[in-house]
Design a protein around this ligand. Sequence first.
Ligand code: NDP
Length: 369
Amino acid sequence: MKPHHSPSRRKALKQAALLGSAAFLSPTLLACAKTEEKKLGIALVGLGNYATVQLGPALRQTQYCELRGIVTGTPEKATKWQKEYGILPAHSYSYETFDRLRDDPDIDIVYIVLPNFMHAEYTIRALEMGKHVICEKPMGMDAAECRAMIAAAKKANRLLQIGYRLFYEPHHLEMMRWAQEPHEGRIKLMETSLGFDMARPGLWRIDKRMGGGGALMDLGPYVIQAARRAAGANPVSVRAQGYVDDPELYKGIYGTYTWQLRFPDDALCNSTASFSAYIDRYHVAKGHHYTELKPAFSANAKLSLRTWDGERTLPSAEFQQATQMDAFARNILDGTPVVASGEEGLIDMQIVDAIKQAIEKGREVEIGY
Ligand code: NDP
């Protein structure tokens, strides 16, 4: 295992060493010294677009974990990734040999980047092998699958993170801080929406069995959790609508989903998730004060916070996923709780389930937790 030293940590550790004794190390520094030699090994499962364009490159920038293994059904991808990332053939698996990860001590974390209908199965199998797991959003196909995944993590005594990169993103954290700050009043109105023109024939995302519900499943979790995190509470009820602009493309699902969440103190959030047109917006308003992110949710979009009196950009990592994966590695190394936890993923799926019900029933439904 290669040791890794960031410049600031190297400096801090050197200073401590100069003092001559570990007795001078702060508890935080001691923890750093203890873990300095150990980067956790990650295996990516499913080398599609997200793994290729975001997670692989992000793993070149992580401090506490590194890409050490791959699981793919496409042999050409295995060859390419081995070459590009220096992955040993011994750490290269197919779906048929997935279960052999159990005996691979160099892989600590299994990262599930598969189509939605495979999330629960592969997450549970990896947990049962004794691996920590990151599972991409949406956590599962419904709340029942999410509960089974949480139970599997508890049983295996392993940690589970959902790939919620924005839980660790500085602009989103600042939005949450501002939203919950009492002195400018309480939140009355939010708009959280994400949409792309991305539906194409044959795409698993628009196949009901594989995707579970188009844009609602794919993009809904981002906008639901943004509203929950700004409100600092979970919504109590929802009204929802589904629209189809291309009946040839959308079978049994909608192209555009819109919904309105009502929170316990009567704050409202209006949201859209669409595969038909572009929208990317996070707006939170308290009376005449507001803060907005636009774009807000796209991976590695250039973010800045706009308010009634100006605009500001906060320092942020090149890859949001690097921060997210490092946070998880720290949770494992330090024994601290996961922020983007399975429990968070479950709540989002309970809301997704309620949105589907609300469309079906054509009326407001209470959300069960
Ligand atoms: P892709 O379709 O690009 O990749 C999925 C990969 O899964 C395929 O390339 C293939 O990899 C593997 N796979 C295994 N079985 C199947 C199957 N039956 N059908 C299709 N693919 C299969 O999807 P994405 O990479 O865009 O998305 C993967 C996951 O990541 C999704 O759950 C998505 O929601 C999530 N995601 C999260 C984002 C975020 O910002 N957090 C952004 C984008 C996606 P191989 O050939 O290696 O077997």
